[in-house]
Design a protein around this ligand. Structure first.
Ligand code: UN1
Length: 502
């Protein structure tokens, strides 16, 4: 049994400072209350933004490798508190403890990556067309970064953004999901502890904003916050993107997915099946990278569907349960609304489906306040627009195809473009898929979810176009400046060969 009060006291020693009556924080495990919090008023949001501006003015002048040292120490603190933080992630968002640990590991990994990046914020030297001139491109700190995060990766996605933003010289304002504020307060407390022992870290370098839509909008609309990085539904992104654009801010959007795995006749099913299962039902279908569609060659579709049915029935019967207990593979949905959305999606598709298996609520007696479901697999004879919207629940749609060209057409027909995969042992099929998938992520013989931090993460179309985490995503947190220097002593030449003799 987890002693929740002791866990919270260890992770958030100042929890009393946040107590209030605006928000009852409950656990999806059984619906019981974990804490009751107050929201920031809009004036408090403004004051936090102003503090963030002041913090930025100091932090941007700290040498980047020193900024990296702060993140190295934060990574160490995460290592020391990994088990506690993973347990709180599980309690607050319901993912199984093993995945809670994976989420904290993802934070540790991005801290390590950011430490390396802190010594590699490279610009360019560019050949000038003029004598005795040199051109440079420099990357400079950007300013306060607003981070809006979702419940399903309550801490890792913040860390992707903040670890990079901090080494880039920015300050951060974090508006966590109302469903998962405690994990944010825990990270904030850990960060504050590390920053307190770091003389160059200004007060207000990292701040959490507690609130709902109004507080989020205040942050999004502030011209003092040059970058808003928002993770959530496409609906949320459609509200945030234009608001940030209206004030000429930059936005980094990570929105919905409708990810598919294509299973070709040459697929090794021993490789394919575990990837399909983890991608589809892992995290109870609540990842933006969850496999929602499996597009299977018609020669294999009966066999794979039967195998999925057998596996889903076994999972539904034995592996759904308390996410804190070892052996559980599928925890609860986040809340009742999510359960209703899942049922509504199944009801919509039922008239079009060849067969629907699973999807029922389970463990109601044991957890009357928790929403546990058996994973559902739906066989379709063809893809229809009914499944074009993302449902954040474990529903897998099976769709047959005949030619690989047709498979890619089915694949790309949805409005989202986050993650994709093909199961094949044929090099030509793999390369055709990579070149034709319209997603930001295109994997071969690996599922759609569970990306490593080293690659750029994000997607096209309604997924929002943002890239965060690895590769050169750090550039989103800096501003680019082009600078030309003349080091000659004669009258300097003008570009384009212009003469202008006064
Ligand atoms: C998300 O669901 O918002 O690739 C992020 C993955 C994880 C991150 C998911 N590394 O599934």
């Amino acid at each position: 049994m987890t002693d929740t009060a002791a866990l919270l006291a260890r992770l958030i020693p100042n929890l009393a400072d946040y107590q209030g009556t605006d928000l009852a924080v409950t656990t999806p495990v059984d619906g019981s209350q974990l804490a009751s919090l107050k929201f920031d008023t809009l004036e408090e949001v403004d004051a936090k933004i102003d503090r963030s501006v002041e913090a930025f003015k100091q932090w941007r002048n700290v040498p980047a490798p020193r900024r990296g040292e702060l993140i190295r120490r934060f990574g160490e603190a995460l290592r020391a508190h990994k088990e506690d933080l993973a347990t709180l992630v599980t309690l607050e968002c319901g993912k199984i403890l093993e995945e809670g640990r994976g989420e904290v590991q993802e934070m540790i990994d991005i801290c390590d990556f950011a430490v390396g990046i802190s010594r590699q914020l490279y610009g360019l030297t560019i050949a000038s067309e003029r004598p005795n001139h040199v051109m440079q491109e420099n990357w400079l700190p950007l300013g306060p970064v607003g981070i809006i995060s979702a419940f399903n990766f309550p801490v890792a996605v913040w860390a992707w953004n903040s670890a990079l933003a901090f080494v880039c010289g920015d300050s951060c304002l974090w508006k966590p999901s109302e469903k998962t504020p405690l994990t944010a307060l825990a990270c904030q407390a850990l960060f504050q502890k590390v920053a307190a022992d770091f003389p160059e870290a200004p007060e207000g370098l990292s701040q959490v904003i507690l609130g709902a839509v109004a507080q989020g909008e205040r942050l999004v609309d502030s011209p003092k916050v040059p970058l808003i990085s928002a993770t959530g539904s496409t609906r949320m992104g459609k509200a945030v993107g234009p608001r940030v654009a209206a004030r000429f801010g930059k936005s980094l959007l990570e929105l919905g997915g409708n990810n598919a795995i294509i299973v070709t006749p040459s697929a090794d099913l021993g490789v394919a099946m575990p990837s399909i299962l983890f991608g589809s039902v892992g995290t109870a279908g609540q990842r933006c990278t969850t496999t929602r569609r499996v597009i299977i060659h018609h020669a294999l579709v009966d066999k794979v569907f039967e195998s999925l049915k057998t596996n889903y029935a076994a999972l539904g019967a034995n592996k759904v349960g308390n996410p804190l207990e070892a052996g559980t593979l599928i925890g609860p949905l986040i809340d009742e609304d999510s359960f209703k959305n899942m049922q509504a999606a199944l009801d919509r598709v039922r008239p079009e489906a060849v067969e629907v298996v699973g999807g029922e609520r389970t463990l109601e007696d044991q957890f009357p306040g928790g929403f546990y479901v058996k994973p559902a697999v739906v066989r379709l004879s063809k893809q229809t627009e009914t499944i074009f919207t993302e449902t954040f629940a474990p529903i897998t749609y099976v769709i047959p195809y005949t030619t690989l060209e047709e498979a890619l057409e089915i694949h790309n027909a949805v409005p989202q473009g986050l993650s994709s995969a093909i199961m094949t042992t044929d090099l030509r099929e793999a390369e055709y898929f990579r070149r034709n998938s319209d997603c930001g992520i295109a994997n071969v013989n690996i599922g759609t979810s569970g990306a490593e931090i080293g690659g750029a993460f994000g997607g096209e179309k309604e997924t929002g176009g943002g890239r965060e985490s690895g590769s050169d995503s750090w550039k989103a947190y800096m501003r680019r400046q082009t600078s030309t220097t003349y080091y000659g002593a004669d009258r300097p030449a003008l570009a384009q060969g212009i003469t202008f003799d006064v």
